[in-house]
Design a protein around this ligand. Structure first.
Ligand code: AMP
Length: 211
């Protein structure tokens, strides 16, 4: 039996952060399709070059490609006791694909981190990142010196997909897909809604309580 967790949440809901925290607590790896794709892009692999434009525009990468990426990742040794999915599945077809990859013995828990579009927009439009992986927010979590990473002194920048027009598109895509996905996830396991507008630690506490 594998313990499998899906983390749903609009862009900006903090789902990636929470998935990492829960991953450390449960000692299960996080599988983030966004990170896997960005890794390919940075490494300049043929796949990375193919998806670079899509990543920058916030448009979804094809289901076939994602399926292959996820299948290879889940076959790795560290995912055999279970894993936490972040950014996947993104639509009903990807969820159906995932369910086909599971066996009856696998235990599936879905966490849905709720946040309004307004709060999500504020969080994303203020986000600044460094190439070292550090993330800041100009108001909620500013670096000591504006525009400079506290950790390695790198220059902070705005992710292409955090530009206002792209944020609107990403939120709309999420809202269009989440209803049918939750309905299907409920048929296969527990679905636990959590209020994502609380402070980060409270969100973590709420997740631990429900899972
Ligand atoms: P994320 O970091 O999860 O916001 O993902 C960044 C970008 O990667 C998205 O805007 C998509 O272009 C692509 N992406 C990530 N996960 C998926 C997925 N499951 N299906 C399709 N595209 C994805």
């Amino acid at each position: 039996m594998r313990k499998i967790f899906i983390f749903f949440g609009a862009p900006g809901s903090g789902k990636g952060t929470q998935a990492e925290i829960i991953s450390r607590k449960l000692k299960l790896p996080t599988v983030s399709t966004g990170d896997l794709l960005r890794h390919e892009e940075t490494a300049g692999t043929p796949l990375g070059r193919k998806v670079a434009k899509l990543l920058d525009s916030g448009k979804l990468v094809s289901d076939e490609l994602i399926h292959q990426l996820v299948k290879e990742r889940l076959a790795k040794k560290d995912a055999q006791a279970g894993f936490i999915l972040d950014g996947y599945p993104r639509d009903i077809d990807q969820l159906s694909d995932l369910l086909e990859m599971l066996s009856d013995a696998d235990r599936l828990t879905t966490v849905e981190i709720g946040i309004s579009d307004k709060a999500a927009f504020n969080r994303l439009s203020g986000r600044r990142v460094c190439d070292c992986g550090a993330t800041y927010h100009i108001v909620l979590n500013p670096p000591k010196k504006a525009g400079i990473c506290d950790l390695d002194g790198g220059k902070l920048y705005i992710r292409h997909d955090d530009k206002p027009e792209v944020i609107k598109d990403r939120l709309a895509t999420y809202r269009a897909n989440i209803g049918p996905m939750l309905a299907l996830a409920k048929e296969r396991g527990k679905v636990a809604p959590v209020d994502g507008e609380q402070p980060m630690e409270k969100v973590t506490e709420a997740i631990i309580k429900v899972i």
